[in-house]
Design a protein around this ligand. Sequence first.
Ligand code: NAI
Ligand code: MG
Length: 498
Amino acid sequence: MAQAQPIPINRHPYADGGKKKMLIDGQWIDATSGKTFETHNPATGELLATVAEGDKPDIDKAVAAARRAFEGPWSKFTPFERQNLLLRFADLVERHFDELSTLDTLDMGAPLSRTRGGRLRVLGMLRFYAGQATSIHGETIENSLPGEIFSYTLKEPVGVVGAIIPWNSPLTASIWKIGPALATGCTVVLKPAEEAPLTPLRLGELALEAGVPPGVINVVPGYGETAGAALAAHPDVDKVAFTGSHLTGQAIVRASAGNLKRVSLELGGKSPDIVFADADIDAAVPGAAMAVFANSGQICSAGTRLFVEQRIYDEFVSKVAEFGKGLKVGNGLDPEVQIGPLVSQEQLTRVTSYFEVGQKEGASAVVGGSRLTEGKLDKGYFVPPTVFANVRDEMRIAQEEIFGPVISAISFDDPEELAKRANATNFGLGSGVWTRDVSKAHKFAKAIRAGSVWVNCYQAMDPAVPFGGYKMSGYGRESGIQHVEEYLNVKAVWIKTA
Ligand code: NAI
Ligand code: MG
């Protein structure tokens, strides 16, 4: 693959400080109110674009367009035609991948080394969903009724989907909603995060170019409390697919009650990552470190509660700290940078406030623990990889999602107690265990209440393998055949033949 070159933002055609409209019914239009908001590069503070600010009237228009599209020619697309459309879309995304990944980097800060590295996964997802389009099938079911009566099921698209996504991985999050919708024949109103609307808008453009009919994918940028809330409450939306914080997830469930729309929630976590003394330490150190430091900790399944067996605790924690210190922090457009800025001032305030919370609670930052401001870093929202040692289970830094590059290292010596301690959280998204003992790994995999268990690895993902939460990490699954089912209704048909 070609070496990524830094791109000056003022020359970037999609982040040139210009104005972005919203996509409704295949048309690029301004907000009904005429209002706009700005999106900035969190590494430099530079203005990237001024974006049409959607609100309730725009959501109403977009939902109406999505409903018309759902009932229009789109409903006549055969599975094979939807598959071909998704494959054409995937080809376009592939052709524009450098641009899309650069937009993610510009808009939310993740380094190119990460956004470009997602290439196979993003393309794999689109092509996986393309395959799913021709794999949807109901069943014929034997029944026990007297007389000749035949029963079977039909799988039908659930309808208009409101997709509300966060800023931590805009490209992946968008495709995780658009992919299953196109595979099943649903239509979408996508509400990007206000912090990072540029990649979803560009994807909308590529979808039109691929031949997605007008109204099938609408993209309405705007704020959560206005545009997001209007979408979640809309009486003509059949399903909301949400990724974000658990607090917003709760608001969405409440808002969904009006028409009892279907909801799927991919929320946050405080995932345990467990290192036994018998682990391959050379593999576990970078594995456990990047389970948290990747994307500056802005990953829902980050393994932020690092449980280390007592007799290797000091050695292991200092090696993780050393590894963290060696990571290059800076502007993500620099291809050597491994850790970019946090996405916003709000997130910076949040993460640095947890630095104080940790100190006050009696934990000690063995590396990091305060904002970085040297040189050009003072223009962005940079914090270093941080490791807190001497953390106890009940501390806030061991219980609350920080969403920054912050490890809370906790020691354990009783393996019997371990699963109970690992499960002592409201969340249940990811989990990891590092050991050479296969029976310990199996035992943990069964005992942990979380949607993913990674053994001797962390954050492995594949379009065919389901991902999602237990407990307050949400419900529903993304990826895997389960994901497509979330976008389908089941209809039972009875035919009396006698
Ligand atoms: P958020 O959950 O408020 O935002 C996510 C999306 O929901 C955005 O598109 C936002 O505009 C929308 N939204 C906000 N309020 C809404 C409402 N009342 N109705 C409908 N949509 C609404 O997350 P935020 O404020 O960006 O980050 C706060 C914290 O949430 C982070 O520090 C982190 O702990 C957590 N978070 C978790 C994510 C995950 O992947 N699990 C992603 C983003 C944030
Ligand atoms: Mg918010």
